[in-house]
Design a binder for this molecule. Structure first.
Ligand code: NDP
Length: 449
């Protein structure tokens, strides 16, 4: 039984899989990483990183508006999409190289190909030329992430997903984006910033279901003020077309656009893993079910990250993989905490949160109240721009801060720091006793009455 090729096989060289493999190998585990695509995964190659680069690129149009408000005279100012995409791709090549090197220099075997789990200890690897190879390990880690998923309706495959939207050869003149989650609002901001006529169609009242209601309302209003056409409480009935697309909406309207993008959620990427055949338990959406050890119902098989569909954020997958390898190969009794995980939506303006909303507290039967600050930032006083920042602290009856929520510029940078204090159990009185940095937006968090 001990004659395995490896101690650990990791399927998927994304952020979570790479961290798992590197740490395991560092403890002396003989480790293989199987990856059919380039090393790097969703976040590095098709998500967080390229998206943030395009967000940076798109924000300049708003910054030019501010600059004009401050007296700058601008000549012609236009973006070069092709140039940006090519520079972005060059950066992704560099990052892919770094990931590949990280895996190899940490002593792991990087095996190109797609993995199929054959049994509790065996994986079949099929490479691009369809050559197959069977390898075995004491433990198998599945870290294959997720992929986008579209609802069923006529012409739904006319929609592009976020992978394709990040790599469009030409900037479209117009786009319709379906959905109002993280991806939809982030891409709506990107296209709107680049001057694309942007339509956002979604089924709920406001964008970002699950976030604080006042922040949702305000962001919906603000993105509309920035020029995005918002169609709330609306679904798509069908999409027709080839070069241009005519989208039929449930409100009877029809919208013609160069592109239609679907951002209606992601599902675990398990299709070719052969999990049913070996009796590995998955949930309704195909999410791999794991216990607190990230272990599946098959003792030697584990899973981390988006394929488990819990908190689908890169830093969570990385933390899960690191803790797994610490436990399994480093003899450390380490687990991660899923409480107070901060996150940001890089909408324009961005939203960032950590901890509970007042609504969450109510659902959990916790007595709490909220402190709110809403203001037009100092920067806007000169330009006359009206785009208010909204901040909230949710505090329980023992004065403990349960959550912090912010809509406005720099919110992801600010909330990351606040998350440390909430994680450390800070009370509202600790916030009050902290001297603010003046003049900033962040100081509002320590002056809320
Ligand atoms: P989300 O789950 O955030 O949003 C899905 C959107 O699609 C919602 O607006 C939802 O509507 C809508 N939707 C779902 N099913 C249907 C349907 N059948 N018909 C119409 N609308 C539908 O998914 P995303 O794809 O935006 O992102 C996936 C995950 O990726 C996120 O949950 C997040 O964890 C992660 N991510 C994180 C980022 C970050 O940290 N900045 C950035 C991008 C992604 P409704 O709200 O009504 O359910």
């Amino acid at each position: 039984m001990n004659n395995f090729d490896y101690d650990l096989i990791v399927i998927g060289a994304g952020s979570g899989g790479t961290r798992t493999a590197r740490i395991a190998s560092g403890y002396g585990a003989k480790t293989a990483v199987i990856e059919g695509d380039r090393a790097g995964g969703t976040c590095v190659l098709r998500g967080c990183v390229p998206k943030k680069l395009l967000i940076y690129g798109s924000e300049f149009s708003h910054q030019v508006e501010d600059a004009i408000g401050y007296g700058w005279e601008t000549g012609s100012f236009k973006s070069n999409w092709k140039d940006l995409i090519s520079k972005k791709n060059k950066e992704l090549d560099r990052l892919h190289g770094i990931y590949k090197n990280l895996i190899i220099t940490s002593g792991c075997d990087l095996i190109p190909g797609w993995g199929k789990v054959l049994s509790a200890h065996e994986v079949l690897v099929k490479n691009k030329s369809s050559k197959e190879r069977k390898i075995s390990a004491k433990k198998i880690m599945i870290a294959v992430g997720g992929k986008s998923s579209f609802p069923e309706f006529d012409g739904n495959l006319n929609m592009i997903n976020s992978d394709e939207a990040l790599d469009l050869k030409e900037l479209p003149k117009s786009i319709l984006i379906y959905g109002s989650g993280y991806i939809a609002v982030e891409f709506a901001g990107i296209f709107n910033g680049f001057g694309v006529e942007t339509n956002l169609v979604f089924r709920s009242d406001f964008v970002l279901r699950g976030f604080d209601l006042d922040i949702r309302k305000k962001l919906t209003e603000q993105i509309e003020n920035r020029g995005i056409k918002v169609f709330s409480k609306t679904t798509i009935e069908k999409i027709e077309g080839n070069d241009q697309f005519l989208t039929h909406l449930s409100n009877g309207k029809k919208i013609l656009s160069d592109k239609v993008m679907g951002a209606t959620g992601r599902i675990p990427n398990i299709e070719t893993l052969g999990l049913n055949e070996i009796g590995l338990k998955t949930g309704k959406q195909g999410n791999i079910i794991v216990n607190e050890f990230n272990q599946t119902n098959i003792e030697s098989i584990y899973a981390i990250g988006d394929v488990t569909d819990r908190i689908n954020l890169t830093p969570v997958a990385i933390a899960e993989g690191h803790a797994f390898s610490d436990r399994e190969f480093g003899n450390k009794n380490r687990f991660i905490s899923y409480n107070n995980v901060p996150s940001a939506v890089f909408s324009q303006p961005p939203v960032s949160v950590v901890g509970l909303t007042l609504e969450d507290a109510k659902t959990l039967n916790i007595k709490a109240k909220e402190f709110v600050s809403e203001f037009n930032p100092l920067k806007n006083t000169i330009t006359g721009k009206q785009e208010k920042t909204l901040m909230k602290l949710v505090v329980d009856e023992n004065d403990k801060v349960l959550g912090a929520h912010m809509l406005g510029d720099y919110s992801p940078e600010i909330i990351q720091g606040i998350a440390v204090s909430i994680k450390a159990g800070a009370k509202k009185s600790d916030f009050d006793a902290t001297i603010g940095i003046h003049p900033t937006a962040a100081e509002e968090f320590v002056t809320m009455k």
